[in-house]
Design a protein around this ligand. Structure first.
Ligand code: AHR
Length: 514
């Protein structure tokens, strides 16, 4: 812990303890703008897992919960504000046991199955291809379908692509029409398997590389629809997986995925989402930031085989993974979400922004009621998490031009030999020429006075929004949904060449400078 400045009020005979303030400098190189931050960096993930789909997104048309064609109205409205660019479905691990034909046609005829990965819950298949793709149309987002390599056939995968994307006349288009949809959907992103090294088939990378080549051959481009095919990639530090895929699959894939969770370990307790120590908190910041090194090492391997960066790195699962909330169904991965999770979101997004020459899409896990969710629901109630608010504040960076910046700030040594900067930042310029600057102060005690140099830009007006809490373990509940919420931020002033910002401890701010 850093020292506190103790001012003695000797004259008054009392002691005043005043929290010290850190100083930081951010220099934004507005003239070095090169890359666009693709909106797909803000992608989401919805798996048939716990109450993500059933109860979270979908309640069915006959539900007393207000809905539009079966989709919850409150959730739809919240997701529209988030500007979700792309939604991955149906898994995750579920994808490699999912047989899409069970999820089409009259609901009463759809076979049931056991969701073996996630608590053995019986899946009635009432939410299938039509329900998912129609949801994407309602949200105005791209669908990202995960195909079944682990337990599905090549024919099954090939027919799914035909069903979704071929024009009238083909056998699968006729079946689609019988099920009420004439026009094909537009499906761009298609994952050929998920975690094929684990729940997706326990394969060796060499074997999966061959299977990828075989399955993807039959995923055709129908009637002008162009698939962007994504291979099932590595987990965390498994650099060999990326190496083998780059060597053996190469340009047959448009993207290769990577999964990185901020998780204390895969065996035993992962720790509570809401009860944690200061040490646990700073460890979490270090672990989430480590994704930067992991990305760099995977990207260095990709650069060897693909120096022109034609193959994208797709981080299609990321976020925090804590113990399930006590009293919830085991295997449903329902967890609360505090200000600590909000920082995992802001710090990770700041990192993704820097590498969009290679990282073209990411999908946080998951959109509702599972892991680091945007939204939690309980019957007819809905609450937005601190992570939702980060995604909403940050959506100004979608499709904006990334502005590189240099940062000077204080650092802390944290558990597991990691060194963590107390400030995180990223900047972008939107199509109207406005600059957006996001700043996170992760320090639990000290506010920060941040001098921002906007090289080559003279701002005339600045406005801001802040997400903050007095305690790091603050979270929103159905009874108190606005414990952590976005407010206007005024502690910023324009000065020659930039800004002076006073960031409270534990705060995330996004500024707009015109
Ligand atoms: O997001 C939860 C699970 O985590 C996914 O199903 C799987 O791909 C990963 O292990």
């Amino acid at each position: 812990m850093k020292n506190k400045l103790i001012l003695s009020g000797l004259m008054l005979g009392v002691s005043l303890a005043v929290s010290a303030q850190q100083h930081a400098t951010v220099t934004v190189h507005t003239e070095k703008a090169e890359q666009i931050i693709p909106k797909e960096i803000y992608g989401q993930f919805a798996e048939h897992l716990g109450t993500c789909i059933y109860g979270g997104l979908w309640v069915g048309e006959d539900s007393p919960i207000p809905n539009t064609n079966g989709y919850r109205n409150d959730v739809l409205e919240a997701l529209k504000k988030l500007k979700v660019p792309v939604l991955r479905w149906p898994g995750g691990c579920f994808a490699d046991e999912y047989h899409w034909m069970d999820g089409i046609g009259p609901k009463e005829n759809r076979p049931k199955m056991v969701n073996n990965n996630w608590g053995g819950t019986v899946e009635d298949n009432s939410f299938g291809t039509h329900e998912f793709l129609n949801l994407c149309e309602l949200l105005g987002c791209e669908p990202y379908i995960s195909g079944n390599v682990g337990s599905g056939t090549v024919e099954e995968m090939a027919k799914w692509v035909e069903y979704m994307t071929s024009e009238q006349g083909s056998p699968m288009a006729k079946l689609r029409l019988q099920n009420g949809r004439e026009k094909p959907w537009k499906v761009k992103y298609f994952g050929v398997g998920n975690e094929s090294w684990g729940c997706g088939g326990s394969m060796r990378p060499e074997y999966y590389a061959d299977l990828y080549r075989r399955y993807s051959t039959y995923c055709r481009n129908y009637n002008g629809n162009k698939l962007f095919k994504i291979a099932s990639g590595a987990s965390d530090y498994d650099y060999n997986w990326t190496e083998v895929l780059m060597q053996n699959v190469g340009h047959r894939m448009d993207g290769v995925s990577l999964h990185y969770y901020t998780v204390p370990g895969w065996t035993g307790s992962k720790g509570s989402a809401t009860k944690f120590t200061t040490d646990d908190y700073y460890w979490t910041m270090g672990k989430c930031r480590e994704i930067e090194d992991v990305l760099k090492r995977h990207m260095a391997i990709m650069d060897k085989y693909d120096p022109k960066k034609q193959i994208a790195l797709i981080v299609d699962e990321w976020g925090t993974w804590w113990d399930e909330e006590p009293g919830t169904i085991p295997g449903h991965l329902y967890q609360q979400n505090t200000m600590r999770d909000a920082f995992v979101a802001s710090l990770t997004l700041d990192i993704f922004h820097k590498y969009t020459d290679r990282v073209k899409m990411t999908n946080i896990a998951q959109i509702a009621n599972v892991l680091q969710s945007m939204i939690l629901t309980k019957e007819d109630k809905m609450v937005l998490t601190p992570t939702y608010h980060v995604f909403e504040m940050y959506n100004v960076h979608q499709d904006a031009t990334f502005l590189p910046s240099d940062l000077q700030c204080t650092y802390k040594n944290v558990r597991d030999n990691r060194v963590v900067p107390m400030i995180s930042t990223s900047a972008s310029r939107d199509k109207e020429g406005r600059i957006h600057l996001s700043l996170s102060n992760i320090d639990l005690e000290e506010s920060a006075e941040v001098t921002v140099n906007l090289e080559g830009f003279e701002g005339k007006q600045v406005t801001g929004r802040i997400l903050a809490a007095d305690k790091i373990d603050t979270y929103n509940t159905f009874e108190n949904p606005d414990a952590v919420t976005v407010k206007d931020f005024k502690d910023v002033k324009l000065q020659k060449g930039g800004l002076l910002v006073k960031l409270p401890a534990m705060s995330i701010v996004t500024l707009e400078i015109k």
